[in-house]
Structure formats: C-alpha cells, structure tokens
Design a protein around this ligand. Structure first.
Ligand SMILES: Cc1cc2nc3c(=O)[nH]c(=O)nc-3n(C[C@H](O)[C@H](O)[C@H](O)COP(=O)(O)OP(=O)(O)OC[C@H]3O[C@@H](n4cnc5c(N)ncnc54)[C@H](O)[C@@H]3O)c2cc1C
Length: 393
C-alpha cells in the first residue's frame, strides 16, 4: 500500500489548481486522474478577477498572458430582436476596481499552464489512467482503491472529481439536477464567422428559453461559441438518453432569432451536446480526512461563468487552511468549508436565478430586465462587487 501525504482525485482545473496551491504553500500533493492524459474539452472559458487574483498568487499569470484575450466590453443583446440591452465596460475602470482584467481563454491552455507549473514543482506528483473506485475515511488516515485493486493511503484526501463525484457519496446521496437545458459549444477559426461586435468583445445574446455566448480566444485566432436552449423534448424518462436536446431542436429553438444569431448558431459544433446540471448546495463537504473541491463540492449552472473560478478560489483557501492548522487535517477541512460553503452556495443559487432572468418568456420579467439593463451606465459595477471583489478571509 502506497502512502502519499495529500491525495487529489481528479486532474481537471480544480484538482490541478489544488495541487499547485498546496505545493506553493510548501505541501506535497499527489494528483490522480482517470483519463489517459490531462486534457480539457475544446472550448473557451471566462476567468473573472476573483480567479485571476488567485492565479496571480500561484505565479502563473505570465504564462496565462500568452494565451489570454482581454475583452474590452461584455455586450448583452436580445437574441430575437437583435436589440442592444446593455454593455459592461471591461476596460480601465473595471481593471482599476478589481485589480485584474476580465479574461477569456481556451480551457486546454489554462489546464496546460497549471499542469506545466505542477510538473515544474517537485512537491507535486501526478498519475493518469488511475480511476478511483472506492474511498474510505479510516480516522487516522484515508484510503482510496483504484480500478486495478491497488490501494493508496493518505493523510488528507481532496475529491476534485467533478459533477458525478465518487467522493461526494461519502457526504451526500443527492443527485445532479437537470434544468432541461442543453449546450452545444466549440471553437472555430475567427475568419470563418462574421463577428457583429468589436473583435475583442464578448457578446451574450439572451432570449426566451435560449442564449448564445461568443468571444475570441487564443489571441483572437479562434472564436468560441456556446449555444444553450431549453429542450421541449425533455422528460425525466428520457433524461439519460439522447432523445432530447438534438441538433434539430437547436435549430428549431433558434429559428426565431435575428439573422446574426441564426447564422452563428449554424456554425456551432454539433458533435456533442452537454446537459446542464447543477446540484443543491450542501452544508457539509467533509468526512474526517476527506473533503470536496470544485464541481464535486458545488456544481453550478454556468450563467455566472464561475464554476472553474470557484474551484480556483477553493484551491487557495484549502492550501491556506492546511498551512494554518499544521498536522490537524479535520480542523483545517472544517475551517475550509466554513469559509467556502456560504459563498459557493450563494453563487449556485444566484446562477440559477440569473439563468431565469436571461431565459424568461413571460410578459413581465423580460420587460423589467430590458428596462433595468438599458438604464445602467456601462461602468456601473455595483452588482458585480460581491463576486469579483477580494473575499475577506
Ligand atoms: C457550457 C459550460 C460553460 C462553462 N463556462 C465557464 C466559464 O466561463 N467560467 C467558469 O469559471 N466556469 C465555467 N463552467 C464551469 C466549469 O467548466 C467547471 O466548473 C469546472 O471545469 C469544474 O472543474 P473541476 O476540476 O471541479 O471538475 P472537472 O473539470 O469535471 O474535473 C474532474 C476530473 O476528475 C476526474 N475524475 C472523475 N472521477 C474520477 C475517478 N473516480 N478517479 C480519477 N479521476 C476522476 C475527471 O476525469 C476529470 O478530469 C462552464 C461549464 C459549462 C457546462
């Protein structure tokens, strides 16, 4: 039986950020990933100042800068009428307020930067093709069993194993919640698409039961698109099948959209659909020497673009609490979850509500939304402070 000081299950953005944060805090971490290689899907990711603050502390901003795009504006448009709703100025006043620019990039580029930083640090070790099939808290230690029967023993176990987390079963028997929405997403060369806003802008087209997000990545070379809609073919009986949320339904749902949106949706990658899931917030993530991080702890619908950002915040907090309570893992984990659960639970709930505001199809909410949006100055950030300002610790 192998012994490792701290074991992280999952080599996604959350697990990799955790490994790096632990190493930077002087701790040794071992990351195990079930896939044959560390990889992310071919799509973009938005990183807000709250995550960039942590990535800066981890020393990876110069590497990320090589891949990052800093949109000048976040523009909300109506998907059907093409009407401009509001613009968030992401330029100088935004940077001055939050200390970092809003950043978009390819997911694979972020994961690779984190991976390279882990590989360069002797305190992190990594293994792929390592599927965990069982997890136990043994009070003085924790144990994981792999698919090949091998067992690792560890002082502290971090379950960063995503939405369908095996580790989470130790603290909850809850299930992911599907909100009947699916996403199609992918990237294409920027010269294959007609961009209606400035080349460095992010655009979110919102409308009844659907939205489309567009932004450039990789220095503007590639263009990321995510088309999301509520499926009318969904029912609990077919939830795990592919009878709902098909590419045909994608076209039907966007048929009423303005020309610009319809033309863009035609180019969205249709190879795979993602069902939108979250879970109810938990009031406990910890069982003895085992705790959760990232989507395993707080999966959220992506409408605030905070899932990965929150996993990165988790990583910083976890490393800080483990160094603040040397040798006392249960106390460190208790302090970690006491700090993180209120914030991530709020974000999980607000993300759901934000989706309802975007997708409303009644007579009242869209009218109120559009009125409020149209009146706000582009440099009014009051509604963003709670997300992007530094968190008091
Ligand atoms: C359409 C969409 C758009 C999004 N956009 C944004 C955005 O703009 N900004 C943002 O911050 N967030 C965004 N998110 C959310 C973000 O993608 C996730 O919150 C984030 O990737 C979660 O990272 P994670 O490491 O916690 O989990 P995951 O990425 O799911 O990683 C878990 C890892 O654990 C491994 N694993 C699982 N089980 C085992 C096991 N038994 N043994 C070993 N390994 C295992 C998996 O293979 C995987 O590599 C978006 C999500 C969606 C669906």
């Amino acid at each position: 039986m192998q012994h490792v000081p701290i074991l992280v299950i999952g080599g996604g953005i959350g697990g990799m950020a955790a490994g790096l944060a632990l190493a930077r805090a002087g701790l040794h971490a071992h990351i195990v990933e079930q896939a044959p290689r560390f990889a992310e899907i071919g799509a973009g990711l938005q990183l807000a100042p709250n995550a960039l603050r942590v990535l800066n502390e981890l020393g990876v901003l110069p590497q990320l800068d090589k891949h990052a795009v800093r949109p000048r504006n976040l523009i909300f448009m109506h998907a059907d009428t093409g009407q401009h709703l509001t613009t968030v100025d992401l330029g100088a006043p935004f940077r001055a307020r939050y200390g970092h620019a809003y950043t978009v990039m390819h997911r694979g580029d972020l994961l690779d930067v984190l991976l390279q930083a882990c590989l360069a640090d002797d305190r992190v070790t990594l293994e792929t093709s390592r599927q965990v099939v069982d997890v136990h808290d043994r009070v003085e230690t924790a144990e994981v069993t792999f698919a090949d029967g091998e067992v690792y023993r560890t002082d502290a176990l971090i379950g960063a194993d995503g939405l369908w987390s095996r580790t989470r079963l130790l603290v909850s028997d809850d299930q992911p919640v599907a909100d009947h929405y699916v996403a199609y997403r992918g990237v294409l060369p920027t010269n294959e698409i007609t961009v209606s806003a400035g080349p460095e802008d992010e655009i979110i087209w919102i409308g009844p039961g659907k939205h489309l997000v567009q932004y450039p990545i990789r220095g503007g070379e590639l263009y990321n698109q995510v088309a999301v809609f509520r499926s009318r073919a969904y029912s609990p009986e077919v939830e795990f099948g592919d009878q709902w949320g098909s590419p045909t339904e994608l076209d039907e749902r966007f048929a009423s959209s303005c020309d610009q949106v319809r033309a863009s949706v035609e180019l969205v990658n249709r190879e795979r659909r993602w069902v939108m899931y979250d879970r109810e917030p938990l009031d406990n993530w910890t069982c003895g020497r085992i705790t959760l991080l990232g989507d395993a702890a707080h999966p959220m619908v992506q409408y605030l673009a905070q899932g990965a950002c929150q996993a990165i915040e988790d990583a910083e907090c976890l490393a800080r609490q483990l160094t603040a309570h040397p040798g006392d893992i249960p106390r460190a984990f208790a302090a970690y979850q006491a700090e993180r659960i209120p914030r991530t639970s709020r974000i999980q709930r607000v993300a759901r509500g934000w989706g309802q505001v975007w997708h409303a199809d009644d007579a009242v909410v869209p009218a109120l939304r559009d009125r409020v949006f149209s009146r706000r100055p582009s440099d009014d950030y009051t509604d963003l402070d709670w997300l992007y300002q530094p968190v008091a610790s």
